[in-house]
Write a protein that binds this ligand. Structure first.
Ligand code: SF4
Length: 237
């Protein structure tokens, strides 16, 4: 079973072995080594999902970390839908769907609702469109999708990651989404040099120390569930 490399989930299922969204900060696809590892992965996501139906001890499964589960081709393929249909029988696990295209994901709303603990999530690095996400659906559409999901009774979550100095203001993002997001994950910008960004460690530290404690206070004051990833926590010490 593919274990998750991140702390807030135990497992993950990669559905597509490509990602059309081309985010410039994406460690998975802009690093040749990671990209070839993902492409070489061989398991069948449907078979993987069936295994989780049989596993009794509760897991937290993310769909997906290393590629987006809702590329435009999902409209026709419906592969993610079939995986979620299988997982909808695995009620012992929490399923966290993570996509830059939650508008498309909404068509699987009934499946997510049926499970009872299947959350719809997206990523935002800014409330506005940035050139760092050239082919991803607009942040305003992502926010709208979570708003609709929440209104219709689904749990929602938001990954504010990577937090990029001069671009990502976590406080602004939280203030704009508080009404319809249940759970937040905040993470730092890693592999900066490998990805070709000229951002120093000092710049990151200064930005995180200026914005993240305020974001945490805001989340606490609204009683929101949140998770600060360990790489980001290191900058705050
Ligand atoms: S949507 Fe996710 S997997 Fe795809 S390029 Fe962007 S960050 Fe990478």
């Amino acid at each position: 079973m593919p274990k998750s490399a991140v702390e807030y989930a135990t497992d993950q299922i990669t559905i597509y072995r490509f990602c059309p969204y081309q985010c410039r900060y994406c460690w998975a696809w802009r690093n040749k080594l990671f990209a070839s590892r993902i492409q070489r992965g061989r398991y069948d996501p449907l078979e993987e999902a069936r295994k989780y139906v049989r596993i009794k001890d509760p897991r937290i499964i993310v769909v997906s970390f290393t590629s987006d589960p809702y590329p435009p081709v999902e409209k026709k393929n419906r592969l993610t839908r079939r995986v979620l249909e299988v997982l909808s029988e695995a009620k012992q696990h929490r399923i966290l769907v993570l996509t830059k295209n939650p508008i498309l994901a909404l068509r699987d709303f009934t499946i997510m609702k049926k499970h009872g603990d299947m959350w719809l999530g997206t990523t935002l690095i800014s409330v506005d469109k940035t050139e760092l996400e050239p082919k991803a659906p607009k942040p305003s559409d992502r926010r709208l999708a979570l708003y609709i999901a929440k209104k219709k009774g689904l749990k929602t979550w938001l990954s504010i990651e990577p937090i990029i100095p001069q671009i990502t203001d976590p406080v602004e993002i939280i203030e704009r989404t508080l009404d319809y997001v249940d759970y937040y994950v905040l993470g730092s910008f890693n592999y900066t040099k490998i990805l070709g960004f000229e951002i120093t460690e000092d710049e990151k530290k200064a930005w995180y120390r200026r914005h993240v404690p305020e974001a945490i206070s805001l989340l606490k004051s609204y009683g929101k569930q949140f998770f600060i990833k360990k790489e980001l926590r290191r900058y705050l010490r």
